[in-house]
Design a protein around this ligand. Structure first.
Ligand SMILES: Cc1cc2nc3c(=O)[nH]c(=O)nc-3n(C[C@H](O)[C@H](O)[C@H](O)COP(=O)(O)OP(=O)(O)OC[C@H]3O[C@@H](n4cnc5c(N)ncnc54)[C@H](O)[C@@H]3O)c2cc1C
Length: 407
């Protein structure tokens, strides 16, 4: 199904396309599908052989599912509506919250990403696997991309090559250092299958990780357990993960598939368009700073990019529209999430105590994960408190960036 193909019926000379997409994660496959659906010739390539896995909890919020707009039932292993919230891995701190409607699903990235790539192929995109970029030559009228086995020419190049992508750098886009988080995850396969407690619930533990949290996410036959936080927590991630695995009642030695990765967050001044090059998803640093959710923004930015690129190719409008539309639909929300992040992770105990007396945060996050409100909507509800929170958050961020040496 994913065999590399040299022939594109709509390409000129076989290797010339309107758009070349580097990376076939949720961002790359979505932009390729959306462009192909509009009759635009697209070649997408990825260095990996599909199906491939990547470090990820595989949590797909209801909001994200709606944004993807496809039937995901073939790759969903569990649907969740409950959450266990704890502090510092302390059992008496547990708050168990239930919702009448699901707020998300659990999948494995190798399955989700293969499905999205398949949908891009079905729409008419060309997909090359095991193909690495060697060099990129931006020109006034397009780009020439030399890969491990071919030369592609395109009018537009889309960088969808994830957190450690090299496309932007090869194109000479000088990205200011992203304010990054880091996470480590692994899996446990309990002998008797997934415990009843996690049948339709996830677990989140706050307090142990500076700037982040620990999680347990149930899949079909195993549990994904992970920890994440500010970059400076990197050296203690492994120990913290082992502690968390024990807290959830499993032996750390039973962990398999351990993988760590950065979660890139854009700097205010990071460019997402330069000449004929467009950055989407993790390559543009669009991970939600509060939750670490990145699939939603990968898909959403890809859809916005596809609309802007199609308009540019068909009507000669400026590609800069992509940056402006991201500002409206994604950047403003990321900014609000950063404010919430800085305050919440500075004093998680206070928020936990508030939550214990009244489930305000649970309701707010439920609304968010179900796609019924954005962070900006939630900030409006806070009225005059919001500017005070913003100022306090800037102070918190300066402290954490100083710790991370990111200044
Ligand atoms: C530990 C961890 C847990 C996470 N959990 C969640 C979660 O539960 N839910 C969620 O929504 N988000 C989660 N995220 C974030 C999420 O994984 C990313 O935000 C998301 O994968 C971004 O999608 P993308 O398409 O931009 O990039 P990716 O999914 O990273 O795809 C990039 C693709 O580009 C390819 N590539 C890279 N370099 C090259 C090259 N030079 N040439 C060709 N191809 C190349 C790669 O092989 C890859 O297939 C998590 C992240 C981490 C690190």
């Amino acid at each position: 199904m994913y065999a590399a193909t040299r022939h594109d019926p709509r390409g000129i000379d076989g290797m010339r396309y309107d758009v070349i997409v580097v990376g076939a994660g949720p961002a790359g496959s979505t932009v390729a599908r959306e462009l192909a659906k509009r009759g635009i010739s697209v070649a997408m390539f990825d260095r990996a052989a599909f199906p491939r896995d990547k470090p990820c909890g595989g949590a797909v919020s209801t909001k994200c599912e709606k944004q993807i707009g496809l039937n995901l039932s073939s790759v969903i292993e569990r649907t969740v509506s409950d959450v266990s919230i704890t502090m510092n891995q302390h059992p008496p701190s547990e708050l168990f919250r239930s919702s009448s409607k699901p707020f998300g699903h659990l999948t494995q990235r190798r399955f989700l990403d293969a499905l999205l790539a398949e949908k891009a192929l079905e729409a008419g995109a060309v997909f090359r696997q095991r193909t690495r970029i060697r060099s990129i030559e931006p020109m006034d009228t397009g780009v020439t991309v030399r890969t491990s086995d071919d030369v592609f020419c395109g009018r537009i190049l889309v960088a969808a090559d994830g957190a450690n992508g090299v496309t932007a750098r090869l194109c000479g886009i000088n990205l200011p250092k992203h304010n990054r988080s880091i996470a480590l995850e692994g899996n446990i396969s309990p002998e008797d299958g997934v415990p009843d407690k996690w049948f339709n619930a996830i677990g989140i533990d706050f307090g142990s990780m500076d700037g982040g949290y620990g999680w347990i996410l149930p899949k079909g036959d195993h549990l994904n357990i992970g920890v994440g936080g500010y970059t400076h927590v990197g050296p203690k991630l492994r120990t913290e993960l082992q502690k968390l695995v024990k807290f959830y009642g499993h032996a750390p030695e039973a962990l398999w598939g351990l993988r760590g990765h950065h979660l890139p967050q854009r700097h205010e001044t990071s460019a997402v368009v330069s000449g004929n090059v467009v950055l989407i998803g993790d390559a543009a640093g669009l991970v939600d700073p509060l939750t670490g959710e990145g699939i939603f923004a990968a898909v959403h930015s890809a859809q916005i990019a596809a609309a802007s690129i199609a308009n540019h190719l068909n009507n000669n409008t400026s590609l800069g529209a992509y940056q402006q539309n991201l500002e409206k639909d994604i950047f403003s929300d990321i900014r609000a999430a950063k404010t919430l992040h800085d305050l919440f992770y500075r004093w998680p105990g206070i928020f936990h105590r508030i939550e214990r007396s009244k489930p305000l945060l649970w309701h707010a996050m439920l609304t968010y994960f179900c796609g019924d409100a954005t962070y900006v909507d939630l900030s409006h509800k806070l009225g005059r408190l919001w500017p005070v929170m913003r100022t306090a958050s800037r102070l918190m961020r300066t402290i954490s960036e100083f710790k991370d040496g990111a200044k």
